[in-house]
Write a new protein. Structure first.
Length: 60
């Protein structure tokens, strides 16, 4: 259940940051582009988590 909670938090934060960043830099973007940007942000969060864990395990 903890992993699901982390996913929900990341999804909410990804959506919020996607809306804010797209409205600041590209206000003409439509909703599908903002949703795609949010998916990319959440995906990057998981990629960076995997990379950080792998890097930590390599040091041990």
């Amino acid at each position: 259940m903890v992993k699901f909670n982390i996913f929900v938090i990341r999804a909410i934060l990804g959506a919020v940051f996607a809306v804010v960043l797209s409205r600041i830099f590209r206000p003409e973007y439509e909703i599908p582009y903002v949703v795609l940007f949010a998916v990319i942000l959440v995906g990057l969060a998981y990629v960076l988590e995997y990379w950080r864990e792998r890097k930590f395990k390599d040091k041990q």
